[in-house]
Ligand binder design. Structure first.
Ligand code: SF4
Length: 297
C-alpha cells in the first residue's frame, strides 16, 4: 500500500521563512536583554547610560536593542553612544557618525591615538589587543567620569563570558569570568553587559539582517592571542559535537554551589560538622602530627 505523507501546514516560502525567523530572533534578543537587565539590576530610573560602540556587530546590536527597550522600559533613562577613534590606519571615521546621526541617538566620538602607543610599545609579531583594550578602557572610563555617566554598557555576549571563564581556568588557574555587572577596580564605574544572555550566532544574524555598517576591529593588523583562539576552537568543536553545550556552561556560571567546590573562603568548611569549640591545631598546618605518627621525628 502506498503511504501518502501530507503536511498539515505547508512550509512558508524561503523568503517569508527568513523574515519570520528574523522577527522571532529580534524578539528573543529583546527578551534576553530585558531579562539580564532585570536579573542584575543593570539600569534604574535616572541612569545616564554610556553605550560603547566600536563599529562591530556586538556593540551595534547592543545599542539597537537598548534603544528599542528604552521606549517600553518601566523606568526613564538616557542613552549616549560613545566611540573611541583610536587612529588605526584606514579607520573609516565617517561611518559611525553617519549611522548614529541616521538613527537619531545622542552620540560622541572621542579621538585618542592609542594606535601609535600600542605599536610603539608592543614588540613586532606580538598580539596588541590586551594593551589596546586597556588603553581604550582608560579613555572611555575617563570620559564617562567627566560626563557623569552612571552606567557604562559594553557589548560582550554569552559566548565571551564562557570563553573568558575557560581562559581563566586553563591559563590562570582560577574559577573567574566576565560578570554581567561589575564595579571597576577603582570603584568609580558600574559596567554592565546587557548581552550577557545572548549567543554570538544570534547577534551575527541580527546584525546581518539589520545591515549595520560594520567596521572591522583588526585594521591595526593584530590577531587574537593564541590562548583565546585555542579556547574558541575548543568551544566551537564542543558545540558542533554537542549542540547546546555552551548554553549549558553559561547556565552553570549562574548556578554556583560553593559547598561543592574547594574554596574555604567561599564556604565555611571549618565549621561543617564540627563537634567541639577547639580551633585548628597548629600541628595540622605544620604536618608535625603526621610526621610523629609515621615515626619520622
Ligand atoms: S584587533 Fe587591533 S584594534 Fe582590535 S583590540 Fe586588537 S589591537 Fe585593538
Amino acid at each position: 500500500m502506498n503511504t501518502v505523507l501530507t503536511l498539515s501546514e505547508p512550509l512558508p516560502p524561503p523568503g517569508r521563512r527568513a523574515a519570520h525567523d528574523a522577527v522571532k530572533r529580534a524578539k528573543r534578543l529583546r527578551h534576553q536583554v530585558g531579562r539580564a537587565i532585570a536579573d542584575f539590576g543593570m539600569i534604574e530610573a535616572g541612569d545616564k547610560v554610556m553605550v560603547c560602540v566600536s563599529g562591530g556587530k556586538d556593540s551595534y546590536t547592543l545599542l539597537d536593542i537598548l534603544l528599542q527597550l528604552q521606549k517600553k522600559a518601566p523606568v526613564s533613562f538616557s542613552i549616549t553612544a560613545v566611540n573611541l577613534d583610536q587612529k588605526q590606519p584606514d579607520f573609516p571615521a565617517h561611518v559611525l557618525p553617519e549611522y548614529l546621526q541616521s538613527i537619531g541617538v545622542d552620540y560622541k566620538v572621542i579621538e585618542q591615538d592609542t594606535y601609535s602607543v600600542v605599536t610603539r610599545v608592543v614588540p613586532e609579531g606580538k598580539t596588541m589587543c590586551s594593551l589596546c583594550s586597556r588603553l581604550r578602557r582608560g579613555a572611555l572610563y575617563a570620559y564617562a567620569e567627566d560626563e557623569g555617566f552612571t552606567k557604562i554598557a559594553l557589548g560582550h555576549h554569552r559566548d565571551d563570558l564562557v570563553a573568558t571563564f575557560f581562559l581563566n581556568l586553563f591559563f590562570h588557574a582560577k574559577l573567574s569570568g566576565m560578570p554581567p555587572k561589575l564595579l571597576s577596580d577603582d570603584g568609580r564605574h558600574v559596567v554592565i553587559r546587557p548581552l550577557a544572555y545572548v549567543c554570538e550566532d544570534d547577534i551575527a544574524a541580527y546584525a546581518d539582517a539589520k545591515q549595520f555598517p560594520i567596521i572591522p576591529c583588526n585594521l591595526c593588523g593584530s590577531q587574537e592571542n593564541l590562548q583565546r583562539r585555542q579556547v574558541k576552537k575548543m568551544l566551537d568543536s564542543w558545540e558542533r559535537e554537542t549542540p547546546g553545550r555552551i548554553e549549558q556552561i553559561a547556565c552553570a556560571l549562574g548556578d554556583i554551589r560553593p559547598e561543592k567546590l574547594s574554596d574555604p573562603k567561599l564556604f565555611d568548611f571549618l565549621s561543617l560538622g564540627k563537634r567541639g569549640d577547639d580551633g585548628v591545631p597548629g600541628a595540622w598546618l605544620t604536618g608535625e602530627s603526621i610526621a610523629h605518627m609515621h615515626g619520622e621525628i
